[in-house]
Design a protein around this ligand. Structure first.
Ligand SMILES: [Zn+2]
Length: 162
C-alpha cells in the first residue's frame, strides 16, 4: 500500500452580467461574473473536487448541496477550509496542487500568485505547493465564446498520520 493518492476535479460555471468575478478567492475586475449558488469560484471548486476525489469523499455537490441555503453566496475559500479539515481528519496532507483555469478573458496572470496564496492558506500548505495557470481555448466552444469558464485541478495527497 502506498501512502499517496491523487484526485482530479473539473468544474464549469456560466458567465452572466451583474455578478462579481471571483477566481481563487480574488475579485477580478471584469464586465461579467460567474453564476452559481455560492460565489461560483470555479477555480476553487475544481480544487475542492480534486481533494474530495483523492480521499474518496465523492464531490462538492454532495458535501455542500446547493439546496442548503447556508451556502448561498458563501465564499468558496470557507468551503475549501472545510475540505482541508476533512483531509486532516482522514490523516492526509496535500503534497501539491496544479489547477488550470480555462477562460477567454480577462487576463488572470497578474492574480495567479494571490490565488495560489489563498488556496495554500486554506489548506495550511506553502504557496510553492500550489500552481495556478490559465489558458484560453482559442475562441472555440463555450469558454472561447465568453459563455462560461471551466477549471481542471489535480491534487496529490500523502498519508501523514499512519
Ligand atoms: Zn462550481
Amino acid at each position: 500500500m502506498t501512502n499517496l493518492r491523487i484526485g482530479h476535479g473539473y468544474d464549469v460555471h456560466r458567465l452572466v452580467e451583474g455578478r462579481p468575478l471571483i477566481l481563487g478567492g480574488v475579485t477580478i475586475p471584469h464586465t461579467m461574473g460567474l453564476d452559481g449558488h455560492s460565489d461560483a469560484d470555479v477555480l476553487v471548486h475544481a480544487v475542492m473536487d480534486a481533494c474530495a476525489g483523492a480521499i474518496g469523499a465523492g464531490d462538492i455537490g454532495g458535501l455542500f448541496p446547493d439546496t442548503d441555503a447556508s451556502y448561498l453566496n458563501i465564499s468558496s475559500l470557507l468551503l475549501l477550509e472545510r475540505v482541508a479539515a476533512l483531509l486532516k481528519d482522514k490523516g492526509y496532507g496535500v503534497v501539491n496542487i496544479d489547477v488550470t483555469l480555462i477562460a477567454q478573458r480577462p487576463k488572470v496572470s497578474p492574480y495567479r500568485h494571490e490565488m495560489a496564496n489563498n488556496i495554500a492558506q486554506c489548506l495550511g500548505i506553502a504557496v510553492e505547493q500550489v500552481n495556478v495557470k490559465a489558458t484560453t481555448e482559442e475562441r472555440l466552444g463555450f469558454t472561447g465564446q465568453d459563455l462560461g469558464m471551466a477549471a481542471h485541478a489535480v491534487v496529490l495527497i500523502e498519508k501523514i498520520i499512519v
